[in-house]
Design a protein around this ligand. Sequence first.
Ligand code: NAG
Ligand code: NAG
Ligand code: NAG
Ligand code: NAG
Ligand code: NAG
Ligand code: NAG
Ligand code: NAG
Length: 512
Amino acid sequence: MENPKLMVLFFLLILLPSPLSTVVKVEQGKDEPYVGVNVGTDFSDVLSPEELASFLQLQKITHVRLYDADDKILKALAKTHIRVIISVPNNQLIAIGSSNATAAAWIGRNVAAYYPETLITALAVGDEILSTIPSSAPLLMPAIESLYSALVAANLHTQIKISSPNSFSIVLDSFPPSQAHFNQTLSPVISQLLKFLSRTQSPLMMNLYPYYVFMQNNGVVPLDNSLFKPLTPTKEMVDSNTLLHYTNVLDAMIDSVYFSMKNLNVTDVGVLVTETGWPTKGDSKEPYATIDNSNTYNSNLIKHILDRSGTPLHPELTSSVYLYELFNEDLRSPPISEAHWGLFYGNSTPVYLLHVLGSGSFLANDTTNQTYCIATNGTDTKMLQTALDWACGPGRANCEEIQAGGNCYQPNNVNNHASYAFDSYYQKEKKAPGSCDFKGAAMITTTDPSHGNCIFPGSKKVSKKTRQVVNSTRASGAGTVRFFGIPISSFNKDIHMVFYCVVFCWFSLFLS
Ligand SMILES: *[C@@H]1O[C@H](CO)[C@@H](O)[C@H](O)[C@H]1NC(C)=O
Ligand SMILES: *[C@@H]1O[C@H](CO)[C@@H](O)[C@H](O)[C@H]1NC(C)=O
Ligand SMILES: *[C@@H]1O[C@H](CO)[C@@H](O)[C@H](O)[C@H]1NC(C)=O
Ligand SMILES: *[C@@H]1O[C@H](CO)[C@@H](O)[C@H](O)[C@H]1NC(C)=O
Ligand SMILES: *[C@@H]1O[C@H](CO)[C@@H](O)[C@H](O)[C@H]1NC(C)=O
Ligand SMILES: *[C@@H]1O[C@H](CO)[C@@H](O)[C@H](O)[C@H]1NC(C)=O
Ligand SMILES: *[C@@H]1O[C@H](CO)[C@@H](O)[C@H](O)[C@H]1NC(C)=O
C-alpha cells in the first residue's frame, strides 16, 4: 500500500469490532456462504412448478434443495438463476449402484437434460442412508461412483458435485467436539465417502438440528445456546482439550464433524449443512416448538451465516446452510412437529417474518420496508451496556435523546437506552448488513419502538413536544452512556474493540 491514507484506513478497519465487520469483508466470489431452503412437497395445496419458481424469485431465494429430481420443477427453474441441489431418492440406490448404464441414464434424464439452463449445483445421493437404512450402506459408494463416472462422461463433473446427506447420529461423543468420532461400525463406508469427497473437492453433507440436541439433552444444553442468543462468558461451552469457546450448538456440531473427519485423517473436506431448522408447533412433549423460538433460531442462524464468522475451529470457513424447510408439510405423519417446520404455509403466506432484513435481501417480501434495531429481549445487562457504550462512542450514533433531559431518557434503563442507540446506529449506517447485531444483543423489528415523545430514528412519527435543551451530557445512573469502564470480560474475544475504544474514546474526550 503506497497511499498513507489508505494505510491508516486499513488499520482502522482492522480494529473495527463486529458491528462493523461487514466493512472489512473481502469479496470471496462464489465461495461466499449462502442460505438456501429445502423444498418438500408433502402438503395439500402444492403450488404449480411455475408458481413455485416465481414464489422463490419473489422471496429472493437463490439456493434450493429438492428431495427428488422432479422434471416439471427443474424445467420451471430454468433461467431463474436459482441454484439447485437435486436428490437421488433412497429407493433408487440399488438400481443406480448396480449398473453404470442406469446411472448414465439417470444423469442424462435428470441432469444433462436441464443443465445449464437450470443451474444444478449438486446431487444428493440418498438421504441419511447410513443411519436410517444401514443395510443399504454398501450400495452408497457404488451408486456415487457410477453417477460420478456418468457426470465425467457428460463432462459436467467440475460444475456439479456429488455427495450424500447424513444425520448427525453418525457422530458419536459429539461434545466436547474435539472428542467426537464417527460410529466405528460405519467408518469403512464413511472413509470411502470422504476419500471420494476429497478427490472431487466436494462437501460432506450434514443434516444438523440443534433442536434435537437440545431436546435430547434435557436441561444440559441451554436453550439460549441452541438459539444463538447472546451469552455471558460463563454460559459459553468450553472444549477443555482445545480451549475453544462455543457460543452456540450448531457451531459445536459442525466442529465435531470436522474433528470426526480428522480422526480419519481427512482435513480437506468442508461441511455443507443440507438441513437445519426449528419447528413452530409440537404436542405437549415438544413445548419448545414455538413460532418465537423458530423465528429466533432461523433469524439468528441467517445472521450468523451471512456474518461469515465460521466456527471456533475454522473461523475462516463458514458453512452454507439449507433451512428446513420452505413450506409446512401438512400431510406429514405425526408427531405434530413434523408438519410444522416451514417458513411458509402451503398457501405461501409466511408463518412469521424473519428478523433478517438488515442482513441483505433474503426473504424480502416483507410487509413493510421500515425496520428498526432494538435490544434483544433478555440480553445480559453488562453486555448491553458495553454495546451501548460502543454505539454512542466509537459507533458515533446520535445519543442525545437518551441523555438526561432528552425525550428518550425515560424509562431510564439500559434496555431502553441501548435500543435507542442501536437504532440510531442502524439508521445512520443505512441498515447495512451487520449493522444491527452487536454480538447478538440487537435485533431487527418492524414495529416502531417510538413511545410518547420519544421518536426513534427512522420513524415517521413526529414528536408533539419540541425537544428540551439537553442540559447534561455526562449524567450518571443506570443505563446512561459511559465512555469508560468497559467490562472487558463481556467481550473477552474482542480485544480489538477495547483497544479501539481506548483510542477513540480518548479522542472523543479530547474533542468534548
Ligand atoms: C462402472 O464403470 C467403472 C469405470 O468406468 C468401473 O470401474 C465399474 O466396474 C463399472 N461398474 C459396473 C457395475 O459395471
Ligand atoms: C453405530 O452404527 C450401527 C450400524 O448402523 C448401529 O447398529 C449402532 O447402534 C451405532 N452405534 C451407536 C452408538 O449409535
Ligand atoms: C491416521 O494417520 C495416523 C498417523 O499417520 C495413523 O497412525 C492412523 O492409523 C491413521 N488413521 C486412519 C484411520 O487412517
Ligand atoms: C409478496 O408481495 C407481493 C407483491 O407486493 C404480493 O402480491 C404477495 O402476496 C406477497 N407474498 C407474500 C407471501 O407476502
Ligand atoms: C419503501 O421506502 C421507499 C423509500 O423510503 C418509499 O418510497 C416506499 O414508498 C416504501 N414502500 C413501502 C411499501 O412502504
Ligand atoms: C420482552 O419481554 C417482556 C417480559 O418478558 C415482554 O413483556 C415483552 O413483550 C418482550 N418484548 C419483546 C419485543 O419481545
Ligand atoms: C438542567 O438540570 C438542572 C438539574 O439537573 C435542572 O434543575 C434544570 O431545570 C435543567 N435545565 C434545563 C434547561 O433543562
